[in-house]
Design a protein around this ligand. Structure first.
Ligand code: ATP
Length: 229
């Protein structure tokens, strides 16, 4: 589903590579944690999958396509197939919960009737039944992250990318969010999550890929966080 093949990424003006000869294969339906100290290249790897940045050398494949070679006009279609969740939620604060989730469908031209059906279904799935008319600032951090996950998943993407999704949440709330990501993963969505959260990684026992200076130093099937930072 996602393949990095001998990827090097060196940002302009940087003396060292952010990613250095990275080769990783992620199968459809896997749940993968990307760990490593600050600056080890996790976000760069995620941004390459979204084609928000491009490799200096090597290839990145998503669903069999080498995305560096995709025509520019096909990039939005690629991104529609990849849901994204971030530490800081990134909700539209002047829109209701339902509007935030529905907006993702509106911009890709889904019919209104379908949006009216799918949005409440997705809110129920993420545990926000009945909260569609609230504004984001009327919700707790954990609930706001659920809205962001609903928005990322409403289109049933093949991949979900999460960059520190529990970074702003307390441990108990984080467990709830992880249970939700696990549930989404069980529907067949491939999940790739960068994190500094020891507790979560140790508890989930999923595949763990550790980066150090842009290189893979560990790739374990049911790994733990495993290093101090
Ligand atoms: N836009 C950019 N321009 C120049 N250098 C960058 C840019 N983005 C990242 N870098 C550099 O690339 C390296 C990897 O950064 P990256 O953000 O991928 O690490 P990370 O593991 O996600 O870190 P963190 O855990 O702090 O988010 C770092 O040395 C960083 O300074």
């Amino acid at each position: 589903m996602i393949r990095f093949e001998k990827v090097n990424k060196t940002y302009p003006g940087q003396g060292h590579a952010a990613l250095d000869n990275l080769t990783v294969d992620i199968e459809k339906g896997e749940f993968v944690f990307l760990v490593g100290a600050s600056g080890s290249g996790k976000s760069t790897a995620l941004r390459l999958v979204l084609r928000e940045t491009r490799p200096t050398a090597g290839r990145v494949y998503v669903a069999g396509k080498e995305i560096n070679r995709l025509a520019g006009w096909k990039v939005p279609r690629l991104r529609r197939q990849i849901g994204t969740v971030f530490q800081d939620f990134r909700l539209l604060n002047n829109k209701t919960v339902s509007e935030n989730v529905g907006f993702a469908l509106e911009v890709i031209g889904k019919p209104r009737a379908q949006i009216r059906k799918v949005v409440p279904e997705t809110l129920e799935l993420v545990g926000l039944d009945g909260k569609g008319d609230r504004m984001p600032d009327e919700l707790s951090g954990g609930e706001q992250q659920r809205v962001a996950i609903a928005r990322a998943f409403v289109n049933r993407p093949m991949i979900l990318i999460a960059d520190e999704p529990t970074g702003n949440l307390d441990p108990t709330t984080s467990v709830g969010i992880m249970n939700l990501l696990d549930r989404i993963n069980r529907t067949g969505t491939t999940v790739l999550m960068a994190t500094h959260d020891h507790g979560i990684v140790d508890q989930m026992r999923k595949r763990v890929i550790e980066l150090e200076h842009g290189r893979v130093v560990r790739d374990e099937a049911q790994g733990v966080y495993g290093f101090q930072n």
